[in-house]
Design a protein around this ligand. Structure first.
Ligand code: SAH
Ligand code: SF4
Length: 399
């Protein structure tokens, strides 16, 4: 690099942003990166395993603390790679303890930095992190706030994994860290015990990166979550459902929301491409499907639109033969949304029909509605927060 380039702050910043990270690399890719950095072939496996432990289990952001490696190697790695976290633009905490972060990542050819939201939902016995897969979404489900946001780009595997690491940083969920004072967290087990790909974006439209990231989340030498505690939610990209089961092997959730094609074409327009019959056929052959490993069908309750008891009965007929759990989601409103949430009595009556047919049908308690963190409320453009409010939040975070 020439001195002239270094003297230009914009070029220097963009060069820094382009320094490759070791976070989010597959085992093979991490091995290649180490080889290129001069690690001898006979050491690559051991070093890669040590580094994964430092990055994902211990949460290090600095090579200098990797004490089981020589100083020279640590320096070489620090010259070539970064472990930098994304910038936390805001952190909001709901009255119910739900936390939402707005994270900013470097542009990576998208013109300007991109922002996504990640949500942490603490419960008595688990802490669920709702992770985004894309900036915006190409799909336009009519009840979803993210669907009104222009799709900017896919997130990289690094950026998907980074959302988990940031949450663990902020909660104090790494082994050497103290749990964060005042944070609402589960009373037992890990603070981030479950990951759901239910944030912004359609994860199966970013298959390769989501796959790499989830394999790291499940890697016993890394974040080490059981695959049963990781769920991928899709709006219905039927042709990729078998690959998702075979190559990623996490739990599957399907955003169903309607029991006939006519209505589903409107609510979840991807249905025009892969209609119900095709989607459910793909579910029937989902690898690893059994009564112990059921598919979750998500059904958003929209008043007067999809919430009749006749539709509840049709839902039961439709899922016949598929080991399933039905998750009823009270619609979460957002400014300008063309729907209302069904009445509570109707949601319970709907759940009763489904229950009597032998399906578990939990009604999802809306969480974090006061900070727009509930299902379908995520959107990263700064429309909701005026700049002054955002600046105040940044000051509070110490930026
Ligand atoms: N794109 C993926 C995952 C993200 S959405 C998908 O569609 O499955 C996570 C869940 O929230 C989906 O079931 C989605 O349909 C649901 N959802 C979207 N908007 C919602 C809203 N306003 N209220 C309640 N649930 C919503
Ligand atoms: Fe995209 Fe899922 Fe929202 Fe549909 S529900 S617009 S697929 S994020």
């Amino acid at each position: 690099m020439t001195a002239a380039v270094l003297a230009d702050p914009v070029a220097a910043a963009s060069a820094a942003a382009e320094t490759p990270s070791l976070i989010g690399l597959s085992r093979a890719a991490l091995g290649d990166a180490l080889r290129e950095a001069g690690v001898p072939e006979g050491h690559v496996r051991m070093r890669s395993s040590q580094i994964r432990h430092w990055l994902y289990f211990r949460g290090l952001t600095d090579f200098s603390a990797m004490t089981n490696m020589s100083k020279a190697l640590r320096e070489t790695l620090a010259e070539r790679f970064t472990l930098k976290r994304p910038e936390i633009v805001t952190e909001q905490v709901s009255q119910d303890g739900t936390r939402k972060w707005l994270l900013r990542f470097p542009p990576r050819n998208a013109g300007r930095p991109v922002e996504v939201e990640t949500v942490y939902i603490p419960e008595e016995r688990r802490g669920t992190l709702c992770v985004s897969s894309q900036v915006g979404c190409t799909l336009t489900c009519t009840f979803c706030h993210t669907g009104t946001q222009r799709m900017v780009r896919n997130l990289t595997a690094e950026e998907i994994v980074a959302q988990i690491l940031v949450a663990r940083d902020r909660l104090g969920d790494f082994p050497d860290a103290e749990a964060r004072q005042g944070a609402v967290v589960p009373s037992e087990g890990r603070l981030v015990s479950n990951v759901v790909m239910m944030g912004m974006g359609e994860p199966l439209y970013n298959f390769d990166n989501v796959k790499e990231a989830l394999l790291i989340a499940a890697d016993g030498e890394g974040i080490a979550l059981s695959k049963r505690r990781i769920t991928l939610s899709t709006s219905g990209v039927a042709p990729l459902i078998p690959r998702s089961g075979a190559e990623i092997g996490v739990m599957l959730a399907i955003s169903l929301h309607a029991v006939c094609d006519e209505l589903r074409d409107v609510l979840v327009p991807i249905n025009k491409k892969w209609p119900l019959a095709e989607l459910l056929d793909a579910c029937r052959v989902y690898p690893g499907l059994s009564n112990a490993r059921r598919i979750t069908f998500e059904y958003v309750m929209l008043k007067g639109v999809n919430d009749s008891l006749a539709e509840a009965k049709q839902l039961v007929r439709l899922l016949k033969g598929i080991p399933a759990k039905i998750n009823l989601i009270p619609f979460n409103p957002w400014p300008g949304a063309p729907y209302e949430c069904s009445d509570w009595e109707r949601i319970e009556a709907f759940a009763d029909v489904v229950n009597r047919a032998g399906y578990a049908s939990p009604i999802r308690t809306p969480r974090g509605r006061d900070i727009f963190a509930a299902c379908g409320q995520l959107k990263s453009a700064s429309e909701r927060m005026r700049k002054v409010e955002r600046d105040a939040a940044e000051i509070a975070l110490g930026h």
